[in-house]
Design a protein around this ligand. Structure first.
Ligand code: AMP
Length: 412
């Protein structure tokens, strides 16, 4: 399958070629025909699957073909709402890249910075607006943005929007949209509240699901280290010093934890920076720029700040902490192995995190291989809780105790 087979116009094909895209990814193959037919779409997919191009290409194509017939002042025809500034910037960059030869203009607005440049861009006129919810409402309130002419509306990463408490903002935006429009709704997970929200936005949608397992199982090599909480720092230093890693993204569950990891790495003279919600927008963009340019080898991030980090040459993802939401694990490891590349994801698991490990393995349907050739192996750690529980249930307490002794290496 090629993009030409998907009936993409030559003007956009040329841009995709310039981007080096040879074939559509599964989500693109499925979604583009639906969207070109003008249908609403409910997409269950995560970042890293090529989801941005899956919605950006058909929107660009619709507007491009329409603009040829109706010339006139630019009005915002497409609105993409996404939870973080990083994602917003990346989506806008994608529209710019794929729309390079179309003459279609986009701009991006997000909070945490002065609004001057953003309002100037809006005044000059844009066809496509990418926005985070807070700044969008703010500029709507000030009269800089009208949604009256919106024909295409995308709600991206809906589950994270809700996690971040944006539900009321989203409802306010939806209330201002014209009835007649094409709507797209993307979420990595589809719990009940998300489905309910999608019902208020979509009209007889077609559904496309790209299973997280596909993304993880097929592209990313995964491995697990059982290590005590206290030894995680040492293990990280050991790996970064002894293995030949390229650009490495380290995930920390908390902002405080991320700063602490950077301190430890800096002390060991490993070039690293942290990005998380407590850092200013400028500091986050700078850190990301340094990382992308290869000036910083290790970037330490929390989940929210890392959304949308798109670094082509990312060699390793390290889960310093295992996430308690299994889908987050899939999101994290999807940072490496982008599109068709392969990547490596390593996870540290202490004894308290074993239930998280079970949930992750259940979701992905894979058992992550355990690496024990490191100096900080936690003895007895490699009895998965589930296995132990099953043994306990099926063979009785006595047998379970025996097994436990065996796994922990203790003699009777
Ligand atoms: P996304 O899921 O939209 O964040 O995209 C993930 C990455 O895949 C981005 O770096 C895109 O530039 C890249 N990408 C998207 N579609 C394709 C494609 N058809 N071929 C190669 N790379 C792609």
């Amino acid at each position: 399958m090629t993009f030409k087979d998907l009936r993409i116009t030559d003007t956009i094909l040329k841009a995709l070629d310039a981007e080096g895209y040879k074939n559509p990814t599964p989500i693109q193959e499925e979604s583009i025909p639906i969207l070109l037919r003008g249908k609403d779409l409910l997409g269950c997919a995560q970042t890293g699957t090529g989801k941005t191009a899956a919605f950006a290409i058909p929107i660009l194509q619709h507007i491009f073909l329409d603009n040829r017939n109706h010339k006139g002042a630019r009005k915002i025809k497409a609105l993409i709402v996404t939870p973080t500034r990083e994602l917003a910037i990346q989506i806008a960059d994608s529209f710019t890249a794929y729309g390079k030869f179309t003459g279609i203009r986009n701009t991006v607005i997000f909070g945490g910075v002065k609004q001057g440049q953003q309002t100037q861009a809006l005044r000059r006129g844009v066809d496509i607006l990418v926005a985070t919810p807070g700044r969008l409402l703010d500029l709507m309130g000030q009269g800089f943005i009208s949604l009256k002419r919106i024909e295409y509306f995308v709600l991206d990463e809906a589950d994270h929007m809700l996690d971040m408490g944006f539900i009321h903002d989203i409802r306010k935006v939806i209330a201002k949209l014209p009835e007649k429009r094409q709507s797209l709704f993307f979420s990595a997970t589809m719990p009940k509240n998300i489905v309910k929200l999608s019902d208020t936005i979509l009209n007889k949608p077609e559904r496309v699901t790209i299973k997280p397992e596909q993304a993880t199982a097929e592209r990313v090599s995964q491995a697990l280290y059982f290590v005590s909480k206290a030894n995680k720092k040492k293990l990280l230093l050991h790996l970064l010093k002894t293995e030949n890693f390229g650009s490495t993204l380290v995930f920390s569950r908390t902002k405080y934890g991320a700063d602490k990891i950077v301190k430890v790495l800096k002390r060991a003279e490993i070039n690293s920076e942290a990005i998380h919600g407590n850092k200013s927008q400028g500091a986050r963009q700078r850190a990301l720029g340094n990382f992308k340019a290869g000036r910083t080898k290790v970037l330490v991030a929390t989940d929210i700040a890392a959304r949308g980090i798109d670094v082509d040459e990312l060699s390793h993802v390290i889960n310093y902490d295992l996430p308690n939401v299994p889908e987050t694990y899939v999101h994290r490891i999807g940072r490496t192995g982008r599109a068709n590349a392969s990547g490596i994801a390593l996870s540290f698991c202490d004894s308290e995190e074993k239930p998280y490990l079970n949930s992750i393995q259940k979701l992905t349907g894979q058992k992550i291989p355990v690496l024990s050739d490191h100096p900080f192996v936690e003895i007895s750690a490699d009895v998965p809780v589930k296995k132990a529980e099953n043994q306990k249930k099926s063979k009785g307490k006595k047998h379970y105790k025996k097994k436990k002794r065996f796994y922990s290496g203790k003699k009777r």
